[in-house]
Design a protein around this ligand. Structure first.
Ligand code: UD1
Length: 419
């Protein structure tokens, strides 16, 4: 177990470079199963979740080499061996190999991922979609077993725009017989990134970024090796933007696709934060105390649930009262209790948090319950009066590439210590 000792009253200043996106990397690694050959993937962030996905590919028989920010996968010798609870417990997104293993081998056996800290996170939409593509699904003794001779193209309408279900179904349909049309899909930029990868290996996928995706199935021999570059991590960028705002700093982030940040930019500007956007960069100039704003998390291009905890940290210091409504995950307010320990005035009523801005936060000993909750507590601690201790930083390592190095390069004072 490791923890961060974080000095308060920091003012972050300088320039950092965003890493590649975690949520874009994981499905591309899962999709690399499909082409039964080599994929070279660039701009890969060094994250625990990425290492877990690499272990999973190796468990299946792939050769994986991760050097600096490039991963080379050779999936020629993969076999659809069982994926145990142990691997699934290390990372929920391991469920992303469901579609690609089923598409390539017609068989997959994977432990049920179960719920997690932020919500129950069922798999019903993934499984319903795979059934429409012709798979038989059995759920027994904690495992999902999906089988099909060859998947067949179908029309699928998702009940809600699940990111993971859209990704699994896109991957499964690449090798299906005929055309698949998936409606009401997730529109996140990570889906466009996955589409680009799938097309680079020879798939025929169109429409990612809109609410309908069309996949024309190809034969396995039509797929080929490919090189692909991962898009920048919009949630990492957003987190450092809020870090600049909450510390009254002046931070420029490069390697950014500003359009991916639109919902966050709008809210930061509404709160009175000075944000400049240029070609491949954003600059955030903290402007004194922010104004209260209301936030409702929504699927992209709505406000991202993965930025809700960080914005709550910022709004806990706003002038006035903000109302934050979490519509995506039912249990994503675990950071509230910890922010309160630092002096925040936040009341939770069901899926809504009422955040009354206070003049200052005070350093405290707090605990990261999940990835983004941990990120929000770093931000609160950097701005607080006095030092803080943040426990359970392994959650942060799942999704932030060298986080303390980047904060410290901006003048933050964060030390990692063994608990
Ligand atoms: C992905 C992201 C995660 C982000 C989330 C929402 C990755 C690796 N993770 O997670 O960081 O917070 O999108 O933007 O990309 N649902 C169902 N049935 C299903 C699937 C989902 O009811 O079969 C529900 C979930 O419980 C949740 C909502 O749909 O309430 C959205 O989940 P989903 O978009 O699937 O999130 P993930 O893909 O797991």
């Amino acid at each position: 177990m490791q923890k961060f000792m974080i000095a308060g009253s920091s003012r972050l200043k300088g320039t950092i470079r965003a890493s590649g996106s975690k949520n874009a990397t994981l499905p591309v690694l899962a999709a690399s199963i499909l082409n039964a050959g080599k994929s070279v993937i660039r701009e890969v962030p060094r994250l625990v979740d990425v290492l877990v996905m690499n272990d999973l590919l190796v468990h299946l028989g792939a050769k994986v080499n991760f050097d600096r920010d490039i991963i080379e996968v050779d999936s020629s010798n993969i076999q659809p061996v069982e994926i145990s609870e142990d691997l699934m417990r290390r990372m929920r997104a391991s469920n992303l190999v469901l579609g690609s293993l089923l598409g390539r081998f017609g068989y997959v056996k994977i432990a049920y991922p179960g719920g997690c800290q932020i919500g129950s996170r069922p798999m019903n939409l993934h499984l319903k979609g795979l059934q429409l593509l012709g798979a038989t699904i059995q759920e027994k003794s904690g495992y999902i077993i999906a089988e099909a001779n060859r998947l067949t193209g179908a029309e699928i309408h998702l009940d809600l725009p699940s990111v993971g279900a859209t990704e699994n179904l896109m991957m499964a349909a690449v090798l299906a017989d005929g055309v698949t049309i998936i409606r009401n899909v997730a529109k996140e930029p990570e889906l466009v990134n996955l589409q680009n990868y799938l097309n680079s290996i020879g798939g025929h996928v169109r429409g990612a970024g809109t609410d309908t995706i069309k996949i024309e199935g190809v034969r396995p021999e039509e797929l080929r090796p490919a090189e692909h570059t991962i898009i920048p991590d919009r949630i990492e960028v957003g987190t450092y933007m809020v870090a600049a705002a909450i510390t009254g700093g002046d931070v420029t982030i490069v390697n950014v696709i500003p359009e991916h940040l639109d919902p966050l930019l709008a809210k930061l500007r509404e709160a009175g934060v000075n944000v400049t956007v240029g070609n491949g960069y954003v600059r955030v100039l903290g402007n004194g105390r922010v104004k209260a704003v209301d936030i409702k998390t929504m699927p992209y291009p709505g406000f991202p649930t993965d930025m809700q905890p960080q914005m709550m940290a910022l709004l806990s210091l706003a002038e006035g009262t903000s109302v934050i409504t979490e519509t995506i995950f039912e249990n994503r307010f675990k950071h509230v209790g910890e922010l309160r320990r630092m002096g925040a005035d936040i009341k939770v009523e069901g899926r809504t948090a009422i955040v009354k801005g206070v003049d200052r936060l005070s350093g405290a000993c707090v605990e990261a319950s999940d990835l983004r909750a941990g990120a929000s507590l770093i931000l609160a601690a950097l701005s607080a009066e006095g030092g803080s201790v943040l426990e359970n930083v392994q959650h942060i390592d799942r999704g932030y590439d060298r986080s303390e190095t980047k904060y410290n390069a901006l003048g933050g004072r964060i030390i990692r210590v063994q608990s």
